[in-house]
Structures are given as C-alpha cells and as structure tokens.
Design a protein. Structure first.
Length: 91
C-alpha cells in the first residue's frame, strides 16, 4: 500500500514535470500542484488509454499510457492556470 502511494507520487512528479517542460511559457504553480496534476493526469491517461482498447501484450514499460498521461496533465495544467487567472504584480 505505501509502495503504491510512493510510486504514484513519483510518477505524478515525473509526468507533471514533463508536462510543464513541454508547455510553452512559464507556469506559475508550485511543486505540490505539479505532483497532484501529474498524478491525476497519469490516472486519467491510463484509464482513457485502456478504455479505448490498449493492451500491453508485449509486456515491459507501458509507453502509450505514459505519453497520454503527459498530454492529459498538460490539459489539466492549462485548465488550472486558466481557472486561477493571471496574477499581475504592480510595482
């Protein structure tokens, strides 16, 4: 159980970080939100991939769900930033 939670956090961090690297511009969000959106992106991406009939018949690392998770995380980060709105700093 604890290993699953730690794995989800690590994969969420990786997917969230990769999503932020791929996105253009600067995203002003913290590491915790990056992890949370990465975890959600990973879960939704895996669910979506397997719902569409993907099967990893060769075994090994599942690249397609990982890539779909990154795309979903990009969408989630963009939605989060849009909902939060731009904060302007006046000098």
């Amino acid at each position: 159980m604890i290993g699953t939670i730690i794995s989800a956090i690590i994969v969420g961090l990786i997917i969230g970080a990769l999503a932020r690297l791929v996105m253009p511009g600067k995203q002003d969000i913290g590491i915790i939100m990056t992890i949370v959106l990465g975890i959600v992106g990973s879960l939704v991406g895996s669910w979506l991939t397997y719902s569409l009939g993907y099967s990893n018949s060769n075994g090994g690392w599942e690249v397609i769900p990982f890539l779909v998770g990154i795309v979903v995380a990009i969408v989630l980060i963009a939605a989060y930033l849009a909902m939060r709105g731009k904060r302007t700093v006046s000098h």
